[in-house]
Design a binder for this molecule. Structure first.
Ligand code: NAP
Length: 568
């Protein structure tokens, strides 16, 4: 018997440190780690101790005897990894950064953003005995994409926030400034006045554009907004997408596209027990969408979704998943790596759209080799023009989409572009418009146009490295940034702040009287959970700022734990 890693794997590598025999790979010091779809246990080396399962933050590791029918394929996926990547057991645990001692004085760090990258940074910093952290976020709630991005039907992934619990001493050294916007209520200079260092971890909140005609017609939406809408983001609660057509088309075939296709087709009754926003659940109950077409511009071998998410899609019991066109024998053999081979093995046997439809069932159609060239409609979206596309390898070895002349108009009432996220600039911080990231070297922000680090300015997460990887990828990313920050502090490369502590709290309150602190967030969390408990849901989210602020004001008489005891 052995343990097996399954679909929710978050790649944060907590399990690696727990494994006494080093049978989990790829490890952070192996080349495949940064792009790994998930981590894998070597069944031949596993000693069945279960230590990794105890450490997994998202409950993705199971004894092979306890695998459900849907999890069975992961036994082979784990074993196959070792067939494709013969590795020896073991991993060199990275030496933790030196302890910042009282002799050096207190280190004060501000973190901008309260998503997972920010919390992983806070966790690394607060593990040091003499560090104070202030977290700022423009929303009245923490956890960024865990709250407003992870699909509601993926509750296990949301358990990642359980890692961000702190003991009494650490909680005393952490201040939460929610509903406070850096650039509006406080400036970068204000933060530097009160802290030795600032870590920018504000993510990649906007969407990329297709730059084609019709993109701004009503009924054409970026995935970022639709995902935020169904997850109850206060800025997008009034989106009201038109779900009255028969077909929706999603451009791009990453994991976000798969999430949206599932949400649009799955029985709303199955979503009723999740934390989906009430307005979205109601709209989905009245939706007339019967078919969602996911359009990839390159070949099936180049699909951006990951194997675990594709596997889960093909296992949906209430939705048909079909191919627009059968995978040719040539395509089936075109995989350039093991991940593509695994995806093609799952895709090739799928039925095609031409085969009989199952009466009464919605369906998801996977279409490849098609590039959108125009979104058409008079007052609203009526369809999307797709051009046949060939994937060719260029002289640099990159598989590029080459758009052909043959086009077809696919009728649709809703077109969602799910072609990736993009970061946005903040005042006074260098920004690279081409990549949508803050220029940096291993987390040290560099001056615009030079490699020179800006003293005391750091970055982590998607705004540091671009919108790739799963939530746990941020853990190693945060460790790198924090290790460099601590190194700079110990080497006296940081400027001592003019002031800090209480004066910072006073300044923020004077600029934003509606600041939500940890007690305010606890009050929101408690209110949402109690509202959810009444209907057997994990929580019912408040979806507008006023309601969130009202809930925050209902502060409990005594201090509640900063972080909820259960997942968000
Ligand atoms: P993504 O994985 O980068 O996929 C973007 C898709 O858009 C690709 O299919 C890409 O095609 C396509 N695309 C880009 N530009 C295009 C254009 N001009 N025209 C047509 N198609 C275009 O992005 P994502 O789905 O937003 O996901 C972001 C990250 O979050 C990923 O790392 C993902 O794995 C992660 N995520 C994970 C989960 C999960 O684990 N459950 C859920 C959601 C998101 P090409 O490949 O040809 O460029």
């Amino acid at each position: 018997m052995a343990y097996v890693i399954t679909q929710n794997c978050c790649n944060d590598a907590s399990c690696l440190a727990a494994c006494p025999v080093g049978c989990i790979h790829p490890t952070p010091d192996e080349p495949g780690f940064a792009t790994a779809e998930m981590l894998y246990i070597d069944p031949d080396t596993c000693i069945d101790c279960g230590a990794c399962a105890d450490w997994c933050p998202v409950d993705a590791i199971k004894a092979d005897s306890a695998l459900t029918a849907n999890q069975q394929p992961f036994r082979q996926l784990n074993a196959d990894y070792y067939h494709d990547n013969p590795v020896r057991p073991g991993w060199r645990y990275k030496t933790p950064p030196a302890v910042v001692t009282l002799a050096r004085g207190r280190l004060r760090v501000a973190i901008v953003g309260a998503g997972p990258a920010a919390w992983y940074c806070a966790k690394e910093l607060l593990a040091q005995p003499d560090v104070e952290v202030s977290i700022f976020d423009r929303l009245p709630t923490p956890f960024g994409l865990v709250r407003h991005g992870v699909a509601p039907d993926h509750p296990a992934t949301k358990r990642i926030v359980d890692q961000f619990r702190f003991d009494r001493d650490q909680a005393r050294r952490l201040a939460l400034f929610l509903n406070v916007e850096v650039g509006t209520h406080v400036t970068h200079a204000d933060l530097m006045d009160h802290h030795h260092a600032v870590i920018y971890a504000h993510g990649a909140a906007t969407d990329r554009r297709l730059d084609i005609a019709g993109e701004d017609l009503p009924g054409s939406l970026p995935a970022t907004r639709l995902v935020a809408w169904y997850n109850g983001h206060p800025d997008h609660a009034r989106l009201d997408p038109d779900l009255n057509g028969r077909r929706a088309v999603i451009i791009g075939n990453g994991n976000v596209a798969l999430d949206i296709a599932r949400l649009l087709t799955t029985d709303p009754g199955r979503l009723a027990g999740t934390d989906i926003a009430d307005h979205a659940l109601n709209a989905l109950r009245h939706s007339t969408i019967e078919e969602v077409v996911i359009v990839g511009r390159r070949s099936a071998a180049d699909a951006a979704f990951t194997t675990p998410e594709l596997l889960a899609l093909t296992q949906l019991t209430d939705v048909d998943v079909v191919l627009d066109t059968p995978i040719t024998a040539e395509e089936a053999n075109s995989a350039v790596d093991a991940a593509a081979r695994r995806k093609l093995a799952l895709l090739t046997p799928l039925p095609t759209a031409e085969q009989d439809r199952t009466p009464g069932r919605k369906r998801i159609v996977l279409r490849f080799n098609s590039t959108p060239v125009e979104i058409v409609g008079t007052s609203t979206v009526e369809g999307v023009v797709l051009a046949t596309t060939e994937t060719r390898v260029d002289p640099d070895g990159i598989r590029r989409p080459i758009v052909g002349d043959h086009t077809e108009t696919l009728p649709a009432g809703l077109v969602i572009r799910s072609i990736g996220f993009k970061g946005t600039p903040l005042p006074d911080i260098p920004f690279d418009d081409a990549t949508g990231t803050v220029p940096n070297q291993a987390g040290r922000v560099t001056e615009s146009g030079s490699q020179r680090p800006l003293p005391g300015v750091y970055t982590a997460g998607w705004i540091k490295r671009g919108p790739t990887g799963v939530i746990g990828t941020n853990r190693l990313c945060a460790q790198q940034t924090v290790a460099n920050l601590l190194e700079d502090f110990l080497a006296d490369r940081l400027v001592t702040p003019r002031t800090g502590g209480d004066e910072l709290a006073r300044l923020v309150r004077s600029r934003q009287p509606d600041t939500v602190d940890s007690r305010g967030w606890s009050a929101i969390d408690t209110a949402e959970r109690s509202a959810g408990a009444a209907t057997q849901r994990p929580r019912r989210k408040f979806t507008d700022r006023d309601a969130l602020l009202d809930a925050a004001r209902q502060r409990p008489a005594r201090r509640l734990p900063l972080i909820p005891a259960r997942s968000a």
